[in-house]
Design a protein around this ligand. Sequence first.
Ligand SMILES: Cc1ncc(COP(=O)(O)O)c(C=O)c1O
Ligand SMILES: [Zn+2]
Length: 384
Amino acid sequence: MYLRGLQCTECHEDVPATELQRLCPSCGSPLQALYDLGAVAAAVAPAELSARNGGVWRFREILPDPGEPVSLGEGGTPLLRADRLGAAVGLDALWVKDEGVNPTGSFKARGMSAAVSMAKALGARALTAPSAGNAGGALAAYGAKAGLPVHIAMPRDVPAANRIEAEMCGAHVELIDGTIQDCGKWIGERAEREGWFDVSTLKEPYRVEGKKTMGYELAMQLDWSLPDVILYPTGGGTGLVGMWKAFAEMRELGWVTSTPPRMIAVQAAGCAPVVDAFHAGAERITAPASPATIASGLRVPTPLGDRWMLRVLRESEGTAVAVSDDELLEGCRKLARSEGIFTAPEAGALVAASEKLVAVGTIAKDDRTVLFLTGTGLKYLECF
Ligand SMILES: Cc1ncc(COP(=O)(O)O)c(C=O)c1O
Ligand SMILES: [Zn+2]
């Protein structure tokens, strides 16, 4: 409805949104969706959005318009005060956003609803993506709902729930010896030849749009204000860049006036390219030689959106921090015992990270802090 077109995040070339697009045709970087925000502001007010029902598609004016969305009820997740966990980590104003209650058990549902809706609307005949875990299950589910065939490549050691869920939803699952990077290569060799539309992280522009609704929803749940600090478990980084995009749009729309939050990327010590690049002052990441972590969604050695993520961390005056696998599993236990939420290992990392950052003063005791619990622990039973 209000989508003006797509633009390269690096060279700023304009690309039409009227057909299926993937990366920038000139420089190969991710594309982002741009809206006529003046018209959006004239059409809808924040109070009206708050009064609507629904999750992701409640924000339809600032999303691409697929006609009828492919939806399984994604978004609309609770933002919960976490006072007991706050006391344990040393924070007076802590919230958790429980994305584990999404369809297929993770925030990936938001992005896949948007990407699959648009791919179908623009004529895709089959869908494909590599997945280190939750994205594959989500793509398979939304592909099934859309009536489109799905081909997924997953590392052989992916948590069983992700593989079984994808197969149950009728996807063809190829298990690969290696990381998500090797899975991406397998798909790259086949997608064009087979006519599969590739919805890999940031290789098409709409998963970010679905995930940015986490930012809109958070602001709405805080009565159109923003917290001081957001911690986000970062693999490919779509949630991180998506939320930052949402905050910029909301500022331009006049929907929020508060200073945007400091964005903190949390990674696993066994695969922390964004943390390393951030602290080295680098513009691009260097891939770790042997990426390893139990938090499968964080095992992303070569994220395509590295420059975009690093810009967000710097612009927001945030930081990046790594925690060990033992620490992130202990984070899951602490969260479950104090708040009753059994979260994914990726999100358990946020608990450990917040403790570390409070200890060194990067997060102040009274900073209003939000942890994005990106997935449910129920899909990782073999890890605990
Ligand atoms: C539970 C969970 N958290 C976080 C991530 C990382 O997300 P992103 O690729 O948006 O950085 C993933 C990715 O698979 C995930 O499954
Ligand atoms: Zn470009």
